[in-house]
Design a protein around this ligand. Sequence first.
Ligand SMILES: *Cc1c(COP(=O)(O)O)cnc(C)c1O
Length: 817
Amino acid sequence: MKFSQLSKVVGGQVLQLSADRPVEALLIDSRKPVISQGAIFFALAGPRHNGHDYLEELYQAGVRQLVIQKGFNLDPALFPQANILTVENTLRALQSLVSYHRSLFTIPVVGITGSNGKTIVKEWLQSALSQKYVVCANPKSYNSQVGVPLSVWGLQPRHEVGVFEAGISERKEMAHLEKMIQPTVGIFTNIGSAHAEGFVSQEEKVREKLRLFRNTETLVYCADHVVVREEIQKAYPEKKHLSWSLNGAGKCGYRLLKKSTDSCEVQLTDRSVISLPFGHEASIENALHVVTCLLHWGFHPTEIQQAVKHLKAPSMRLELKRGSHDNYLIDDTYNNDLLGLEIALDHLVQLHQKETKRVILSDIAQSGLSDEALYQEVAKMLASRGLHDFIAVGPSIVAHQSVFKGFNAQFFQSTTQLLEHFDPHQWQSSLILIKGARKFGFERVVRSLEAKVHGTRLELDLDVMAENLNFYRSKLTGNTKMMVMVKAFAYGSGNLEVAQLLQYHQVDYLGVAFPDEGVELRENGIHLPIMVMNSHPDAFEALIKHGLEPEIFEFSQLKAFGQYLQAQQKEAKIHLKIDTGMHRLGFVPEELPEVIALLKSYPQMRVQGIFSHFVGADEAEFNDFSHEQANRFQQAVKVLKNSLQINPIAYLCNSAGIIRFPEYHFDMVRLGIGLHGIEVSGIAPEAVKLPAKLKTFISQIKHISAQETVGYSRRGKVKKPTTIATIAIGYADGFLRALGNGKCRVKINGEEVPIIGNICMDMAMVDLGSLKAEVGDEVIIFDDRERLLALAEQANTIPYELLSLISSRVKRVYYQQ
Ligand SMILES: *Cc1c(COP(=O)(O)O)cnc(C)c1O
């Protein structure tokens, strides 16, 4: 959709139209803007945070489309290049846009609501359905008035099923969520008591939530909840009811055959038996919603068994971290409701790393109970598991501290107070569950209790990486798309973390070198389109299975893939590589007639992209050749388009090309090294920053007399007595041997000191001279662009090689605001 069409869908008046851009990325958070041509900011006016306060800042950052609320005085002259729409209510406008977007899809969509378990049911159902379908779902628990629109906006033509949860905090909200989700199948998880959320009775609360299913055909719920059952039957007698029950009350009669603390067996209506990997009642209930839904979808019980086998109760997927003071930490800083707390406490009790168990918890969210009853429940849960030491954070739990008589508890109003006043020495050798609702920011607590990371590590600042991305995006105009190359472990930075970041920032494509790299991304939840540069016939099956798009560069590969698709009766997207002068991979222009003939005989192959690669886009010296390459490329694209009657994505520029050849951006560009803070063309070196810092530490310090030498082959000669430090990084870590014997300097305690002698496999030695240092001190190999470029020069190579050679045994540590 274009900006000019927006008011037809959401109402309002166009205050200014500078260029009719597409409406693609929805922005509501001024702190993390996605800068792209298609980005559009909806200025929401919340109680604490008013989006209108950030309009100028966002405009400066490059956002060019704004939706603002009527009555807000804005001077269009301050936003000369912006498109601006004024509406009655920006939240409603956002929601209308998303309702419209949803109505473009005819796929089945599951809507999930109820008091507890929504997020778990959503995640489980998503994971089970993903075994057969391409699923779109809310990220995390984006289930609110603003979370739902952002989630549903993610629906794309390639999706086959949608799974969205909806949560409300006030009356009347569900009607808005319903318009956006438009579920065809509904799951009602369960209902808490009435007090919270401002309802008079449980019945009323169920009725409000049931508005989500106004136009839904099929309803899934547990008939053992009497109020839920009666209200649903009253509200929607005409719909298809898949009510399940463990005691004969519903249409789908299940039986619980066996149950232990961590598993159970359930007999389904057709007498087949499935086993679930947990014994907790709430988890069984959540799982049976999923099972019922899958049966409705036509999954065979053996397939269901396959799918549920891998389900994990929420706390089970939590990572156990090493804390300081001999503690272990269970990091559960994602949400805190009663069910989640109970599961996490069970998990804590079952772990055996330490006998002493402790808990840090925040206020509990959305329980459906009165606060008094809620915290009594919490006290009961803790006491019954023998958990007596805990720290509680939040105004609500502090207000009810009297219910925790007999506990060894400390109470704090806020996370900041806890961090200021709690002395971590008090808690030693224990296993600590850290369980907090998101808004309490318990990551800070985890960080303060974590053992400091020792050892050789590559620290990566993901916020810096996002800024670099935005810099390159700001260079694009019109509808130019962005592919980011995440080959070779994303240039050493970690393919998964980088791909997740890029997915969050909605780049258009990822590029990898080999099929395995693409498969790994898919298996870890990356759903962006992925282009694969080197595919061998052995990998065709994996490519198809995971929706990866191969680069086709050579005749035997072209034929083999065509024959494979023909035999399998499948279709696939491909990217044709044109060799315009690199002479590495690709078809040369003379080969195109034959390529065209083959493509015509294999219509299963659809040309999604045509691309080529510059030989020297970073150097002015090769300007003439770059123009020549661009010419050859444009010719090839024209020939292919005309003879095949196709309209593929044409793309040519790498990072340097983005900066130096805006005239050759075509339909898409390919960002690589620029994301990692190296602007190779040298035109805007300061515009990007290095996200990576390579660090190690001192293992030993020695005093050496003048007759001695240091390291292998006696290469490290000292002229006068000196002090040396052995550091824990060697060429097997990617600290190239070529950098030894004084070729490079590392930074210790703020000073630069030279490497002495040969670099060994796992270690190297440094001449400290008069510098004071101790065992354990940090050693910086590089922490900014200048140091990295200097190292590359000293090793007679380029930064690409240094970054991609940092070996996998070097721990990657990520930082993000
Ligand atoms: C690696 C690679 C890129 C990225 O190049 P940078 O110089 O890192 O921007 C682009 N295209 C192809 C084909 C590549 O192999």
